[in-house]
Design a protein around this ligand. Structure first.
Ligand code: DGY
Length: 326
């Protein structure tokens, strides 16, 4: 620990002490009191005053007001997430604040959850469990809770980046025909995994399962709305483990209610947590998870370690391992 002018870091959620130890070696670390809820705005603004670094969560809006409240010492915002749509990159750039994220370390966990949602939604697994637990099961019957097959079907991956490739590897094991749409062609995906490029409309027309894995950016218009759902097969399953802002939820609810598509599996929403009166909660043909894409113990530890390493590097004057380039 430095004795003169020690660096200061604020961490916006409680994390296990041993995860924070590498940061405490180089800075005075103040941590929000709980892991269970996001820090409220006024506490955040007070807590960041004079800090050199912030370790933030995807639930914290990091904008110019926060940077102003922190003051001119602030050098780094280290987000404990691969997504960084909670951070105003332009405002950070204007103040020469480094922004970092946690790619790679959550790729496999998130791909597992995406594939889990494919299986759960196709085979109505959570609906079937609710049926049994509510004591409705009387007998085996030929058509009871019949879903759709996954094996041999066509998967459409929108966003064939790191997580998309990991989903494609799982899909190959299920004998799926894999289509993808991306801003750029993915040569590796094509040669190693046999993924076939399509423009978005064709992918939506052909896929039995559409999985969204593109990054979201602040203020962008939803990529999936009435038109996109109207292009999909009536038997199609829509999976979103990226960000809720990519989807017009009113259009998705309409598509599910009218059976314009077969079902959806969601881990992310326009507003999180989902409010108690959200129409999605009334529908049987949607599987709803509370943003747990990366929620395995090992993965969360690796994400925290990387965010902390990034923060530590910048306040020590070193390049961070995984900067967000903007
Ligand atoms: C991320 O890191 O962006 C994920 O959404 C967290 O699960």
């Amino acid at each position: 620990m430095q004795t003169t002018n020690p660096k200061k870091v604020f961490v916006t959620r409680a994390l296990p002490d041993e995860w924070l130890a590498p940061l405490r070696q180089v800075a005075l670390v103040d941590v929000f009191t709980t892991a269970e809820r996001p820090i409220d705005r006024s506490t955040l603004l007070q807590s960041v005053a004079g800090v050199d670094g912030i370790v933030s969560m995807l639930t914290d809006r990091m904008d110019d007001e926060v940077f102003e409240a922190a003051g001119t010492n602030l050098r780094v915002v280290a987000n404990m997430a691969v997504g960084y749509d909670n951070i105003d990159l332009a405002a950070a750039a204007a103040r020469e604040i480094v922004v970092t994220n946690t790619p790679d370390v959550l790729t496999e966990a998130t791909a597992d959850l995406a594939f889990g949602l494919i299986l759960t939604t196709a085979r109505r697994i959570t609906e079937a469990e609710r049926y049994l637990r509510s004591r409705q099961w009387k007998t085996w019957s030929p058509m009871l809770l019949t879903g759709v097959d996954v094996y041999g079907k066509t998967l459409g991956i929108v966003g064939l980046g790191r997580i998309g490739m990991a989903v494609a590897r799982r899909a190959a094991g299920f004998g799926m025909h894999i289509l993808y749409h991306n801003r750029q062609r993915n040569e590796d995906g094509e040669s190693a995994l046999g993924c076939h490029y399509r423009d978005l409309d064709d992918l939506l027309r052909e896929a039995d399962f559409v999985v969204v894995l593109v990054p979201a950016s602040q203020g962008a218009k939803p990529m999936f709305s009435f038109r996109e759902f109207s292009l999909m097969k009536r038997t199609a399953v829509f999976i979103n483990v990226a960000r809720g802002s990519l989807v017009n939820e009113e259009a998705l609810v309409a598509a599910l209610k009218t059976r314009r598509i077969y079902a959806a599996g969601l881990d992310v929403y326009g507003v999180e947590p989902v409010q108690p009166d959200h129409p999605l909660l009334e529908l049987d043909n949607v599987v709803l998870l509370p943003h747990i894409g990366s929620a395995s113990m090992d993965t969360r530890r690796r994400m925290a370690e990387l965010a902390i390493l990034n923060c530590r590097s910048v306040i020590e004057g070193l390049p961070p391992k995984t900067p967000v380039r903007f």
